[in-house]
Design a protein around this ligand. Structure first.
Ligand SMILES: [Zn+2]
Length: 529
């Protein structure tokens, strides 16, 4: 008898439906064909053991299993349950209604030897794929099914054991309690939320850096804080987390899919004080400067997404940017420009989204004191130039906002503490950021654009959204000539000016907006080497 069960496999974020065809006939051999890797081939042992625990017998006949389509590589142990169900159906060990219902479900999961189901990676994109393909339901290990709790339009069943899977297939109507819903998402209370630990109200002085970070958050611009050790640039950068606008559902699904494929969605949602469902906060990734290139951009043996993709729709924070491996800095050029990264593996290419805000800090020179009082820095100009060249011109050019952060002057510290007026709270700044983002989204959605933030405006659309009136154009021309701004630099200035105008609620870009954008883009020339 021939039987078909449906499951799926992930190649990066691309999901393919896999049809497991099982035929049982006379003979005594077990064949598994259709480009399976060793983990798939080993499934026979796990299935035999599960059958023994659940009172089924492994047919002592000729069993042929084909995983179709044959040209796609099948990796991992997520096909176990589908193979087991297929073997039982093909050897007539399951009631007829189950075999008739198999075409309505996508079934996935790894079996343990006692018949329990183990978590699989990529559950969220698989559930979304099953919905798009018109399947009525998905049956997954409970812990993986939780990832699809907030996806509507498909019934996602969570099964603890192999016999749960059979119960669900036997009568999906009476197994409704096993369907995961938004209510299944569990609140985890004992975690501390990092955002609460960093608030702009705690930062004294540093008005320009705060303003720069507010503009960066409002328009999704990349930013680098260049300053002395102890000037608070790391703390300032971490405060950014507290003013970022909330994730929209679409953005959350995009980013959650990447975490799901990396097998990190459960861990990440736990950090966000809930378990299951989608990510609720923008990611804030801060890889250490010793990170390897594959860990940063993705790849390795399984082609998993790297830090820049895990930061999609959020922030990639690189503290001490000049200390990173030079190659790691250079590979960020393509994603900084296009918002995607291509990873090549043997025979396969994966494309992952990687539209992140780069937030970096660096010292101005090897000793770090270049911007402090004259005479403090003892570095030679050759040393300083060599140090700054660690970040190449093309990468620096892609960082929209560049700010010099000096240690707060003692009189400024005393002035702010004497009047007991701390800086503005993150909550207030976040409101302005949210309004500015809303203005951008409305504008770009109305015109059916592919981007939603000012930082992502494509070159061809720049004249439409960053139009300058005559007076402003004359002003910019003079500035370009005086400061020798490159063509790319000019487009960045326009985008920043657009964000400043949006923060003010102004439709037009005026000279004040442009002047501030230039000052954020090009720190005073005499301070640079
Ligand atoms: Zn120095």
């Amino acid at each position: 008898m021939l039987c078909k069960v449906f499951c799926a496999c992930c190649n990066g974020l691309e999901i393919n439906t896999i049809t497991v065809e099982v035929s049982v006939s006379d003979g005594i051999r077990f064949f598994l064909v259709g480009l399976p890797d060793s983990a798939v081939k080993e499934s026979q042992q796990r299935i035999e053991s599960t059958f023994a625990c659940n009172g089924f017998r492994f047919p002592g006949k000729r069993i042929t299993i084909n995983l179709a389509p044959a040209n796609i590589r099948k990796e991992g142990s997520l096909f176990d349950v589908a193979l087991a169900i297929g073997i039982l159906c093909a050897s007539s060990q399951l009631p007829e209604p189950i075999c008739a219902r198999l075409s309505e479900f996508m079934i996935l999961g790894e079996l343990s030897l006692d018949g329990h189901l183990r978590e699989i990676p990529g559950a969220l994109p698989i559930i979304i794929h099953a919905k798009e393909e018109g399947f009525k339901g998905c049956i997954l290990p409970t812990i993986s099914a939780m990832e699809g709790a907030e996806i509507d339009g498909i019934s996602v069943f969570g099964a603890e054991t192999f016999s749960d899977v059979i119960q669900i297939l036997l009568s999906p109507e009476s197994a409704e309690s096993k369907i995961v819903t938004p209510q299944s998402v569990i609140a985890v209370s004992n975690c501390t939320e990092e955002a609460q630990n960093y608030d702009f109200a705690q930062v004294k002085g540093q008005m320009q850096a705060k303003r720069g970070l507010e503009i960066a958050a409002a328009g999704g611009h990349n930013i680098i804080l260049n300053g002395s050790p102890g000037s608070g640039k790391t703390f300032l950068s971490k405060c950014l987390n507290s003013i970022l606008p909330p994730l929209s559902k679409d953005e959350s699904i995009q980013t959650s899919k990447i975490y799901s494929v990396a097998g990190l969605l459960g861990t990440e949602t736990k950090k966000e004080n809930h378990y299951g469902g989608l990510l609720k906060h923008r990611p804030f990734r801060s890889p250490h400067h010793t990170i390897t290139v594959p860990a940063l951009i993705g790849g390795g043996a399984h082609g998993l997404p790297g830090e820049i993709s895990l930061a999609h729709n959020g922030v990639l924070f690189c503290d001490e940017f000049a200390e990173y491996d030079r190659r790691a800095i250079e590979v960020m050029r393509q994603p900084l420009e296009d918002g995607i990264i291509q990873i090549s593996r043997v025979k396969v290419k994966h494309v992952y989204p990687a539209r992140f805000m780069l937030v970096a800090t660096m010292n101005p020179c090897p000793c770090g004191l270049f911007y402090e009082k004259a005479g403090k820095c003892k570095c030679s100009s050759t040393e300083i130039i060599k140090y700054r060249r660690r970040i190449s011109g093309p990468v620096m050019d892609r960082i929209d906002i560049q700010i010099i952060v000096r240690a707060v002057a003692p009189n400024e510290l005393i002035a702010t503490s004497a009047t007991n007026t701390n800086g503005e709270s993150s909550k207030k700044i976040a409101e302005r950021v949210r309004t500015a983002r809303h203005i951008q989204q409305q504008r770009y959605i109305r015109n059916n654009e592919s981007f939603l933030t000012n930082a992502a405006i494509t070159p061809s659309k720049l004249p439409t959204y960053c139009k300058l009136h005559k007076e402003e154009a004359v002003f910019m021309e003079a500035v370009i000539n005086k400061l020798n701004i490159s063509a790319r630099g000019f487009t960045r200035v326009l985008k920043i000016a657009r964000t400043i105008a949006d923060l003010e609620g102004s439709q037009d870009i005026n000279i004040a907006h442009l002047a501030e954008a230039v000052s954020l883009r090009c720190p005073e020339k005499d301070e640079m080497i």
